[in-house]
Structure formats: C-alpha cells, structure tokens
Design a protein around this ligand. Sequence first.
Ligand code: SAH
Length: 249
Amino acid sequence: MKGKKRNLAAGGLVLAAVLAAVAAEEPRWRHARELMVQHQIARPLDGREPVRDPRVLQAMRSVPRHEFVPANQRDFAYDDRPLPIGLGQTISQPYIVAMMTELLQVKPEHRVLEIGTGSGYQAAVLSPLAREVFTIEIFEQLARSARDRLARLNYTNVTVRHGDGYWGWPEAAPFDAIVVTAAANHIPPPLLAQLKPGGRMVIPVGNVFQVQNLLLVEKGKDNRDLKIHSIMPVLFVPLLGEHPPAAEK
Ligand code: SAH
C-alpha cells in the first residue's frame, strides 16, 4: 500500500515536471514570435516593405507557427524562410504570409478561400480575421493532418477539403477574398468566377522554378472590371493538377 502511494506520488511528480516543461516552452515561443513580427514583418531590417495592418500583425503574433512544422524543423519555426512540411511541399516564409494576408484586407464578416492548405498555417492566420475560412489541399495526407491540427488548436471557423483547388469551392462561393499559395501559370477562371464583386484575390503567377510574380487582383463592383497589380517577385511551389492551358480559358 505504502509502495503504491509512493509510486503514485512519484508519478504525480513526473506529470508535474512534464506539464511545467510544456508551460515553460510557451514564453520561449512567444518571444520568438514577437521577434519575428518586429524584425521580419513590421520593421524588416533589410528594406523590405513593412506589413503595417495591426490586425494582421496581431494574428501573426498569436498563431503558434512551431505547431505547424514537423518536429525536426521546430527550432527553425520562427526563422525568416520557408520550411519543408513533407511531400515536397513547404510552409511559406512568415513575411510572405503576412504580406499576402494584408493585401487581402480581410474584414470580420468575410468568407475567405485559400488554395493550398499545406500545414494549415496561412488558414490559421486568416482564422481570427475572418468569419469563415475554406481551404483546399490536393494531397490527402496534408489535408488530413492540417484538419486535425487546426481542430486541436481550436481554429473552429476553418474548413479543410481535399481536392484540386483550381476549380475552387462552388458550394461555398462566392468569397470576399481568395488567396492561392501555390504558383499557377495563369489566374484560374473558376476562382475569378467565385470572387465577389469588389473582392480581392492574391496569387503568385509564373512558371515553375522561375521567379514568379505575386499578383493582387481586384474585381470591380460591377463584376466585370478587373484590376491587376504586380506586387513583388516570389518563389512558390507549383499549383499541381491537370488544368486547361491559359489560352483555352
Ligand atoms: N499555405 C500553406 C503552404 C502552401 S505550400 C501553409 O500555410 O502551410 C502549397 C500547397 O499547395 C502545398 O501543400 C501543395 O500540396 C498545395 N497544392 C498544390 N497544388 C494544389 C492544387 N491544385 N489544389 C490544392 N492544393 C494544391
């Protein structure tokens, strides 16, 4: 009996030590996130255009990026670069995520579509800014793990679907904002059709393994007039799948 009690007490101590270790991790990550926001995003040290929207900066401060990378990449989670997430895919550089999010001008009542869920990080950053986030991933394994991760971290307004995002999500359309996080060689017409009048789309366009152009597409309120702005050169993994060539659209 005594021995059992001692074992229980010892077990309790081990549990307390584990919980303390987990709790002690958080300030370290929070500190790393703050530095990321300050030095890479809000006031980049190297002359990059700062991201200023306070709601976006707050979202970048709040999302635990280290939870979105594989265990062997955790120590690099807040570095100024993309990281591998398996299957030849990457989680984008924090600065690019922040910049794309700012360009979308998401409002609390907005419904947002993301193409290329990957780790779920970009969707998690959009989650506190929007009413609902819909995100599509072409690899089933990534879709499943992102869905589990987002649920575990309580991002309850994000819905993940496995499929080819080129075709959008007609049942959930139209969207106030669309963000594509893989490079296409043209703007997918189905995505344009699913954007609300007055809506904004951010998409890297260009050929694989070449520098691509990050485009901001603004759809006129009359549903026809399109304004396309070229924002900056970027390098994304390609949008996969069988799609009609641009000329046939
Ligand atoms: N936004 C992600 C990173 C994007 S990497 C994050 O925050 O982690 C680009 C992702 O797009 C990859 O996961 C890739 O598998 C996915 N992808 C590529 N082509 C796609 C397509 N046609 N439809 C949906 N997802 C696609």
